[in-house]
Design a protein around this ligand. Structure first.
Ligand code: ADP
Length: 151
């Protein structure tokens, strides 16, 4: 092999890396939760993005750090303000599936200027949240590649 062929093969392998091998556990809150509860969940679970679900565990919204900060500045009673009012809601949520290429998902994170996407699977009621894929997960994949752990 020439060096070039090798590089191409490596790049092809990298492009095939899938979300399921790098995803994290999702942190979800119920759509009836208060903004106060969401702030607590974000701190306690140590994540930057929360996914909001309905009674069937179906994805209905996303909450980022800044969504919660904005709500905290703008309203007095965070204990009674439901997350439903301030979240980014379906169908405006960028999602991915566990089979997706991490590079395609990373591109959509950049394009949409967001930090994370929910990994979902289709269920009779809608999209169920099964994982979380973030900029950190992609960074970890790159570090693994450089450390030669992946092939
Ligand atoms: P932050 O707002 O804390 O900088 P993000 O950049 O991830 O964090 O979020 C920017 C905005 O995009 C927020 O209003 C958030 O609700 C929304 N958002 C975050 N993730 C998604 C997603 N996967 N799909 C659609 N909107 C999202």
């Amino acid at each position: 092999f020439t060096g070039k062929t090798n590089d191409t093969q490596i790049l092809e392998k990298i492009k095939k890396l899938s979300v399921e091998d790098f995803q994290s556990i999702p942190v979800v809150v119920d759509r009836n939760s208060s903004v106060y509860d969401a702030v607590c969940a974000m701190f306690l679970e140590d994540v930057g993005t929360l996914f909001v679900v309905d009674q069937n565990s179906v994805l209905v919204g996303v909450l980022s750090r800044k969504d919660l900060l904005r709500a905290s500045i703008g309203s007095k009673d965070l204990q009674t303000l439901p997350v439903d009012i301030i979240m980014t809601r379906m169908p405006n949520i960028t999602i991915c599936y566990k089979e997706d290429s991490i590079f395609e998902v990373a591109k959509s994170l950049i394009e949409k200027q967001i930090d994370a996407v929910p990994v979902v699977r289709e269920s009779p009621n809608g999209l169920e949240v099964v994982g979380r894929f973030t900029k950190t997960n992609f960074t970890r994949a790159l570090v693994d590649i450089v450390q030669n752990k992946l092939y």
